[in-house]
Design a protein around this ligand. Structure first.
Ligand SMILES: Nc1ncnc2c1ncn2[C@@H]1O[C@H](COP(=O)(O)OP(=O)(O)OP(=O)(O)O)[C@@H](O)[C@H]1O
Length: 423
């Protein structure tokens, strides 16, 4: 499995994009997942207040409201939200994958960008959805398995290469989770406004299982600490980026390459510091997490308000997270947000704010176009072609020489008809 530290994560290093066709407006897809009640919540006497109704509706009851209160009799105790799809505790990892992410895979292979991100408070189930466990793998592994299978099916007509990188943003610093000793990495924007991470490790592999091992190992490097809300709380945002380059076998040397990028993001918990009883370092982390999630929220607000108009200013520069997700939110990407909540009455406030946040994201539109790159052949590739041709010439020369030798060693064979005639 070749692994190379790249000067940048640019999909198109050194080769300008020449054709970006078929721009289409797309609504961000927003899904909601409600996890099962956990032991701690049961011990605390929590009741279930988040209910899935049908495929798209979630009803959140307010545990603080007293149904007997005469002042409340004319007010509904319920808040109802509609999403593209809603999953409750019965939903399997596969169902979640099929309904949210599977449809993105073909697009990535044919040159479209896509982003899936998990959002929600600490302990609500984001890492479970994205990474999962060996027995119940999450979206990362299911996506990659499907991706490699789909690529295998196009092998006769196209050459494909896949590379991936895995990073975390912790306290506004970027760390390479595949090579944590490389220190903090810089985020850069190239002339075309494309975001690059200088020095990130890109790994090429065609084996999903191998990738899962890398991710599990990378995830162990991820900054995790127990908080009151989650024993293994991820204190950072984790971003798995998969890049697929596809070149049709039918195209000539200067043929176009389709380039699709898939971001899969497991955000840090969106809890408020007071809720997790965090102090000291944890509180500082919380402030950073909240800062980037606040910046993300501001972008979501601005983007959802601007509707069809592209002129309104959206500030992506407020945090590393929003700079990295700029395309996913406001640009060229098919984007899916999976919001997560606990069903417990003890988490009403976070669930309510998560649902409002996610509901707003439904209004965001992105403008999706296929990325086509004109690849001018690198000198190294021309050298390869020349070497191949040289080898072919040598092979043919050898063949000719052998034939000549054979003719010389058996002179009678060619003259035979003549001799026969003379006889
Ligand atoms: N749908 C689910 N089914 C079963 N168990 C779940 C589900 N969702 C979450 N859990 C369990 O709940 C616990 C917390 O989940 P997880 O670590 O995924 O939360 P998180 O949102 O990533 O939290 P943090 O932001 O603190 O990292 C884990 O033990 C996980 O296995």
């Amino acid at each position: 499995m070749p692994s190379r530290p790249a000067a940048g994560s640019s999909p198109a290093r050194g080769s300008p994009a020449v054709g970006e066709v078929e721009p289409k407006d797309q609504q961000v897809m927003v899904a909601l997942r409600i996890r099962p009640l956990n032991d701690l919540e049961l011990e605390d006497g929590a009741t279930v207040i988040a209910h899935k109704v049908g495929d798209q509706v979630v009803v959140l009851m307010d545990p603080g409201e007293d149904p007997e209160d005469p002042l409340r009799t004319h007010q509904s105790r319920e808040k109802t939200f509609i999403f593209d799809t809603v999953f409750d505790q019965q939903a399997s990892q596969e169902e979640v994958y099929r309904a949210t992410t599977q449809h993105l895979v073909e697009g990535v292979i044919s040159g479209y960008n896509a982003t899936v991100f998990a959002y929600g408070p600490s302990g609500a189930g984001k890492t479970h959805t994205m990474l999962g466990t060996d027995a119940e793998p999450g979206i990362y592994l299911q996506t990659l398995t499907h991706l490699f299978r789909a690529i295998e099916e196009t092998r006769d007509s196209a050459d494909c290469s896949v590379s991936m990188s895995y990073l975390e943003i912790y306290n506004e610093a970027i760390r390479d989770l595949l090579n944590p000793s490389s220190g903090f990495l810089d985020l850069r924007e190239d002339a075309r406004g494309s975001i690059q991470i200088a020095g990130i490790t890109e790994v090429s592999t065609s084996n999903a299982q191998e990738i899962m091992q890398l991710l599990t190992k990378g995830n162990r490097q991820r900054t995790q600490e127990p908080t009151a809300a989650n024993q293994t709380s991820s204190r950072s945002h984790a971003v798995l980026q998969v890049t697929v380059r596809q070149r049709s076998r039918a195209t000539d040397l200067a043929g176009a390459v389709r380039l699709g990028r898939l971001f899969m993001v497991d955000l840090a918990g969106s809890e408020r510091a007071s809720q997790t009883q965090n102090r000291g370092v944890r509180m500082k982390e919380g402030a950073h997490i909240n800062r980037s999630l606040l910046a993300l929220g501001n972008c979501i607000n601005a983007l959802s308000e601007k509707g069809g108009s592209r002129a309104q200013y959206v500030n992506f520069r407020d945090s590393k997270l929003t700079r990295l997700l700029k395309d996913a939110l406001g640009g060229n990407s098919r984007t899916v947000m999976i919001a997560h909540v606990s069903p417990a009455s003890t988490h009403f406030e976070e669930s309510r704010s998560t649902l409002l946040y996610a509901y707003r994201a439904k209004n965001i539109k992105t403008r999706v176009k296929r990325n086509l790159l004109k690849v001018s052949y690198h000198i190294a590739q021309y050298t390869d072609v020349i070497s191949d041709l040289r080898r072919e010439i040598e092979r043919l020369q050898c063949k000719v020489e052998k034939q000549e030798e054979q003719e010389q060693s058996e002179p009678g064979v060619q003259d035979a008809p003549e001799k026969l005639q003379m006889v």
